[in-house]
Design a protein around this ligand. Structure first.
Ligand code: PMP
Length: 408
């Protein structure tokens, strides 16, 4: 779909966007943190609660069987969305953080031993750093870090030097939430496989911006969150290659993840249920696939094209502002603008923009090591998606200029 031509109709799909904040029309540019939900998703979740709710897998009654079927259809829909080979390779979790912690514990238990190395990059979200630090501590393994350039691009030659027979896993993001950099993940994956290391891709910011094909990428794990792709919170996906998931022990024990329990011996359930202990967020999973249907109906490539137009325009507008510095200028990036203006504290700028109805994020964006490298405390981040407009970018630029004149 031509997004630009249909922008008003698309914006009408998102009820939240039409409100005013402090009497000003809302400009929502905090999409990197979470995205707004189209009415189809809100309605689907409402309907599930209103007329279809029943706990899955354990019931013989109509509603339970119906919900079980819808949940398993959601799994197949995600399988198709990322082109996984088998539906049991799709594990529903609470989100990206839930998925990474599951893998860090479960993969770590089975595959990581003292002296092994885990490689992350310098532009990771804390969610893709801390679980690996915890694993390294438990196992006496070592965390290695891929450095990055001033523009926010990973130094691939340095990455190659870090890889060795000790490397057990490489965990990098598809797209940086703080800078917008799109990482060369295919190359990262292939290089890791040359030394027999496994690869996890944190797709929290990547899944919605490109057609992800896990078989073509050949990644061992790919994880993402529902709430960043216009779906509900509290749901996410952990994709893993079947042969790995088979070998990995469960992360949490409880109902649904077992086939048979006695005090002498418990037999775990098969995939994917082995990793889905407790009552699953089945309504979230189905709601997330409604969101996937929605973005696919707009066209992922068309979304990327329009968002890139927004990025080019916003980069130009913001660069014209005296004293404004953009962090993250990779050649290949998504529509995220992280910036500082003169000596103005990001928090002050964010507060004033807020009073103008403009929602941006300020701070470290859960990427403190990245801020350390630039020797800054944080940035102001405007993350734009397909429901943002050129006029909103103008309002942002005008807002920054006004705040600057007030604060300097
Ligand atoms: N990784 C990246 C790159 C992210 O942007 C985020 C969310 N900001 C996460 C991980 C964590 O996602 P969640 O909070 O949904 O688990």
């Amino acid at each position: 779909m031509d997004i630009k031509q249909n922008i008003q109709q698309i914006r009408n799909d998102f009820p939240l966007l039409s409100q005013t904040v402090y009497g000003k029309p809302l400009v929502y540019m905090d999409n990197g943190a979470t995205t707004q939900k189209p009415k189809v998703v809100i309605d689907a979740i409402n309907d599930l609660h209103a007329s279809k709710n029943a706990s899955i897998h354990r019931g013989v009654h109509f509603l339970s069987e119906q919900m079980t079927e819808m949940y398993e259809n959601a799994r197949r829909r995600v399988q198709q969305f990322i082109n996984a080979e088998h539906s049991q390779e799709i594990i529903f979790t609470s989100g990206t953080t839930g998925s990474i912690n599951t893998i860090a514990f479960s993969f770590g238990e089975q595959f990581v031993k003292a002296g092994d190395e885990i490689i992350v990059s310098g532009i990771e979200h804390h969610s893709n750093i801390v679980p690996w630090q915890m694993l390294c501590e438990r196992k006496n393994a070592k965390l290695r870090v891929i450095p990055f350039s001033d523009s926010g691009e990973l130094l691939m030659d340095e990455y190659k030097k870090l890889l060795s027979s000790k490397t057990k896993l490489v965990a990098v993001n598809h797209v940086s939430n703080a800078l917008g950099t799109i990482n060369p993940i295919k190359e990262i994956i292939d290089l890791a496989h040359e030394v027999d290391a496994y690869v996890l891709i944190d797709g929290a910011q990547g899944i919605q911006h490109g057609n992800v094909d896990v078989q073509q990428l050949d990644c061992d794990f790919y994880v993402f969150s529902g709430h960043k792709i216009y779906g509900p919170t509290g749901i996410g996906v952990m994709y893993g290659k079947e042969k790995l998931l088979y070998q990995m022990p469960p992360y949490q024990g409880g109902g649904d993840m077992v086939e048979c329990v006695s005090f002498e011996k418990t037999i775990y359930n098969q995939l994917p249920f082995k990793f889905e202990a407790g009552t699953s967020n089945y309504i979230g999973a189905i709601g997330m696939t409604t969101a996937i249907d929605y973005i696919e109906s707009l066209g992922i490539a068309d979304i990327a094209k329009y968002e890139n137009e927004l990025l080019q325009y916003a980069t130009k507008r913001l660069s014209e502002i005296d004293g404004l510095r953009i962090y993250g200028t990779a050649a290949n990036k998504i529509s995220i603008l992280s910036f500082l203006v003169g000596n103005i504290h990001p928090y002050d700028m964010g507060m004033i923009l807020d009073k103008m109805g403009i929602a941006v994020r300020t701070g470290t964006h859960c990427a403190m090591p990245l801020m350390d490298k630039y020797e800054i405390e944080g940035t102001i981040r405007a993350s734009l998606v397909f429901y943002n407009t050129i006029e909103e970018v103008d309002r942002l630029a005008e807002g920054i200029l006004k705040a600057k004149s007030m604060l300097e």
